[in-house]
Design a protein around this ligand. Structure first.
Ligand SMILES: Cc1cc2nc3c(=O)[nH]c(=O)nc-3n(C[C@H](O)[C@H](O)[C@H](O)COP(=O)(O)OP(=O)(O)OC[C@H]3O[C@@H](n4cnc5c(N)ncnc54)[C@H](O)[C@@H]3O)c2cc1C
Length: 370
C-alpha cells in the first residue's frame, strides 16, 4: 500500500514543553502514543506521526494511508503546537511533502444546485451535485454543516488549509454563514444529494438561500456528523419540520419488521408528506393549527401521553425539535424512561428568537456552567 507523507521542522525554544501537553491532549482525542527509540509516535485515525525534539526544534514526520488522514494529522499536530507554545512564541510551520499546497479541507465539498422543488408550501428540496461524496452517505452520521456565501453575485470563498496545515477563513466580507442541515437523499455513485429546507419567517442565511436558490448556485458542505440509531425492539420518533428530513430518511432505512411510533409536528395538513416506513410503524401528524412555532408544542403532550411499561420492549427514543419542546422532552424522558446513552437521542435543532450561532453559543455556555 502506498503511503502519503509530510514533514516539518518547527523552531521552538523548548520543544519538550510543547510535546508533552500535545501528546496528553491527543490521547483525549483517541490517539495512541508510543516511544520508538528517541522519537514519540502518535497513532490517530490511521495516520502515524513521529516527533523528535532537538535543540530549539521539533521535527515531525507523518505517514497516512490517504490524503484526508494525512491532512487531519497535519492539522491536529500544527494546531496543538500553536496552542501549547509559550505565550509570545508564535511558531512558524511549513509542511513539505504530499498535500503541501493550499487546499480545501478533506471533509469539505463544493456543491452546485441542480434543481429545486417545493415538497410542501414550507419545505423546499434543493438538489445538489458534488464529487467524492462517499463519506456523506452513512446512516450513522446524517447531518452536515452547509456554508452559504453572503452574496450569490460574488465568487464564493471557502475555508482553506494553508501551507502550515491550519484552517484559514476567508476575509469577513466573503466569509460564508454556516448552518446545520440533514442529508435527505444521497447517491454517492451519481454524485448527487438533496437537502430539505424549512422556509421560515425571520429567514436567516439557510432559509433565505433555499428561498432564492437557482440552478448553478454554489454552497459548501462539511461533515458529516451525528449518531446513528441503535438496534431496539421498538422506536419512538418525535420531531418538528426541522427533524422531519432525518426521521424520513431513518424510517426508509429501518428493517421491515420494525415497530414504532412517529409524532411529527407541522403547521397543518398542507405540510404533511407521504413517508415510506415499515408496516409496524404508525405515523401521527400533529398540527399547530395557527399556534406560534416553539410555544406549547403538541409533541410535548403526545410524549406525556405515551405509556412506557417498565417491563415492555426496549425502546429507542429519537427526538429533534425546537428548544422549548426539547427541554421538556429531555427532562420528562430522564424521569420516566431513564434511558441509557444508547437508548435515546433528544436534541434541540433550533431556538425561537435566536440564530443558530446564538443558540450554539448558549448551549456551549450552559455546558460549561454544568
Ligand atoms: C443536526 C441538525 C440538523 C438539522 N437539519 C435540518 C434540515 O434538514 N432542514 C431544516 O430546515 N432545518 C434543519 N435543522 C435546523 C436548522 O439548522 C435551523 O432551523 C437553523 O436555525 C436555520 O437557519 P437559518 O439561517 O434559516 O436561520 P437562523 O439565522 O439560524 O435564525 C434566524 C431566525 O429564524 C428562526 N428560525 C430558525 N429556524 C426556524 C424554523 N425552523 N422555524 C421558524 N423559525 C426558525 C430563529 O429562531 C431566528 O429567530 C437542523 C438542525 C440541526 C442541529
Amino acid at each position: 500500500m502506498s503511503l502519503f507523507s509530510a514533514e516539518t521542522t518547527i523552531a521552538l525554544a523548548e520543544p519538550e514543553a510543547v510535546l508533552a501537553p500535545l501528546c496528553e491532549h491527543l490521547v483525549e482525542h483517541g490517539a495512541r502514543i508510543a516511544r520508538e527509540g528517541g522519537e514519540v509516535a502518535i497513532l490517530l485515525d490511521g495516520g502515524k506521526a513521529l516527533l523528535r525534539s532537538g535543540t530549539g526544534e521539533l521535527v515531525v514526520s507523518i505517514t497516512a494511508p490517504d490524503l484526508a488522514s494525512l491532512q487531519d494529522m497535519k492539522r491536529a499536530i500544527a494546531s496543538h503546537v500553536v496552542e501549547f507554545a509559550p505565550a509570545g512564541e508564535r511558531p512558524t510551520i511549513l509542511w513539505v511533502g504530499d498535500g503541501a499546497a493550499p487546499s480545501l479541507p478533506p471533509e469539505f465539498r463544493v456543491l452546485t444546485v441542480t434543481g429545486t422543488e417545493l415538497v410542501t408550501p414550507h419545505m423546499k428540496r434543493i438538489r445538489l451535485s458534488g464529487t467524492d461524496l462517499a463519506r456523506y452517505a452513512s446512516l450513522e452520521a446524517l447531518h452536515v454543516r452547509l456554508f452559504f456565501p453572503p452574496d450569490a453575485s460574488v465568487e464564493p470563498a471557502w475555508p482553506m488549509l494553508g501551507a502550515d496545515g491550519l484552517l484559514q477563513q476567508p476575509p469577513p466580507e466573503q466569509r460564508p454563514a454556516i448552518r446545520k442541515y440533514t442529508i435527505r437523499e444521497i447517491d454517492a455513485a451519481a454524485g448527487t444529494l438533496a437537502i430539505d429546507f424549512v422556509l421560515h419567517e425571520d429567514a436567516g442565511p439557510g432559509s433565505a438561500f433555499a428561498a432564492r436558490a437557482v440552478v448553478g448556485d454554489r454552497i459548501g458542505m462539511a461533515g458529516p456528523g451525528g449518531r446513528g440509531l441503535k438496534p431496539a425492539e421498538r422506536y419512538v420518533f418525535l420531531c418538528d419540520e426541522t427533524g422531519l428530513p432525518a426521521v424520513s430518511r431513518m424510517l426508509e432505512n429501518l428493517p421491515a419488521q420494525t415497530v414504532g411510533l412517529v409524532f411529527i409536528e407541522v403547521d397543518g395538513a398542507a405540510e404533511e408528506q407521504q413517508l415510506a416506513a415499515p408496516e409496524g410503524v404508525s405515523i401521527h401528524w400533529l398540527h399547530r393549527d395557527g399556534q406560534q412555532k416553539g410555544a406549547e408544542s403538541p409533541l410535548v403532550a403526545a410524549f406525556d401521553a405515551l405509556v412506557w411499561k417498565a417491563e415492555g420492549p426496549e425502546t429507542y427514543l429519537w427526538s429533534a425539535t425546537e428548544n422549548e419542546a426539547f427541554r421538556h422532552i429531555r427532562a420528562a424522558a430522564r424521569q420516566r424512561l431513564r434511558p441509557g446513552r444508547d437508548q435515546h437521542l433528544v436534541v434541540s435543532y433550533w431556538r425561537a428568537g435566536l440564530s443558530e450561532e446564538q443558540h450554539a453559543a448558549e448551549k456551549k455556555a450552559a455546558a460549561r456552567a454544568a
